[in-house]
Write a protein that binds this ligand. Structure first.
Ligand SMILES: *Cc1c(COP(=O)(O)O)cnc(C)c1O
Length: 355
């Protein structure tokens, strides 16, 4: 049996690469910051640049402490390992990354059962959450942790409104559940809504931010929480082989991203809206208007599968992702400007026969 690499694009160098914001490259200025970083042994707590990054992210979220990790997946997995014991129930949206895109690590490594909640645009309300929490009995798995994605990836980058976050968090808390926020693209949501990261994270025991997507660093994610939480998270980081050495070089890229690449997310969000508006009227294409930088479109009505549409767009120099049979995704980021978006709109219109 083989495990094929995930097909992301059909051309190596598309003119307009919208398949993911993970393809962003460090700028020359970011590389200089990396080159100049003060370094030390991260595993021993002696890398000053990593320490500064962790302080910055903890403060951003209003938490006591933070830990630098190689990836967002490791942030989610370590959070589940800290909050849960084998056999516990984790609740998340049915399309959540932690459920659908982490190679079942929650069950393979943590022994948890992840239950999927339904709701439009990757979100759900407290009534849905309440409905999923069964009365305590010796039969039912114990619901231990609620995971929320801010923004919701397969919800099309949707931003959870603060009121709904508060409501769902209160419901989880009253049922003795811990709360974890997957903040892979949280800053896109901050920029779009004007709500601060610390307000979004207030009710959550753990929260993380990804630096290797729209923020443009080559590597890394930072997980924040109470000192006690981070203490245990560090044990899991060590255990999983995630402790590192002179990674201040990478932390410097993340600090640079916090200083220079957050405000500009407003452009990515605006470009996604422009793309969605420019293809909204195409016959048979169902386009979701985005809150942030992810445009989802369903292709049933066009007579094409999402892979067929992807391949035809690729021939026009535009790469998008086929998420499932009829669901396509375009993600905006710093290497695609307004002209690139207009090229992409032109390609969609040509392929789907409108002008
Ligand atoms: C990308 C992503 C992750 C995982 O981050 P990696 O750094 O790729 O491991 C987790 N959650 C969401 C919502 C994501 O989009």
């Amino acid at each position: 049996m083989t495990f094929a690499p995930r097909p992301v694009a059909t051309t190596d160098r598309p003119a307009v690469a919208l398949y993911s914001d993970t393809l962003t490259l460090p700028s020359e200025a970011m590389k200089r910051a990396m080159f100049d970083a003060a370094l030390g042994d991260e595993q021993a707590g002696l890398d000053p640049t990593v320490n500064e990054l962790c302080r910055r992210v903890a403060a951003l979220f209003g938490k006591e402490d933070a830990v630098f990790l190689p990836s967002g997946t490791m942030c989610n997995q370590i959070a589940m390992l800290v909050h849960c014991r084998p056999g516990d129930l984790v609740l998340a949206h049915e399309d959540a990354h932690v459920l659908a895109h982490e190679a079942a690590a929650g069950s393979a490594l943590g022994g948890v059962l992840i239950g999927g909640l339904r709701g439009a645009r990757g979100q759900f309300d407290s009534a849905t959450l309440t409905g999923a929490i069964r009365a305590r009995s010796r039969y039912a798995p114990i619901p231990r942790l609620l995971v929320i994605e801010q923004t919701s990836h397969l919800g099309g980058g949707s931003v959870w409104p603060l009121e709904r976050l508060r409501d769902v968090a209160a419901c989880a808390r009253s049922n003795d559940m811990a709360l974890h926020m997957d903040g892979a693209r949280l800053m896109n949501g901050v920029i779009s809504s004007g709500v601060s990261a610390s307000d979004m994270a207030r009710d959550f025991d753990s929260v993380w931010l990804c630096f290797s997507k729209g923020l443009g660093a080559p590597f890394g994610a930072v997980l924040a929480g109470s000192s006690e939480f981070i203490d245990v998270a560090w044990r899991w980081k060590q255990r999983l082989g995630g402790a590192m050495r002179q990674v201040g070089m990478y932390a410097a890229a993340c600090i640079f991203a916090l200083d220079h690449n957050v405000q500009r997310l407003v452009e990515d969000n605006a470009n996604a809206s422009r793309l969605a508006a420019g293809i909204a009227d195409l016959p048979g294409l169902a386009v979701q208007q985005p809150d942030t930088n992810i445009v989802l479109f369903r292709t049933e009505g066009t007579g094409l599968t999402s892979a067929e549409l992807r391949d035809r767009l690729a021939a026009e120099g535009v790469s998008v992702t086929a998420m499932d049979h009829f669901l396509g995704r375009a993600v905006t980021h710093m290497h695609v400007d307004r002209d690139g978006i207009d090229l992409a709109i032109g390609a969609f219109r040509k392929v789907l026969g409108a002008n």
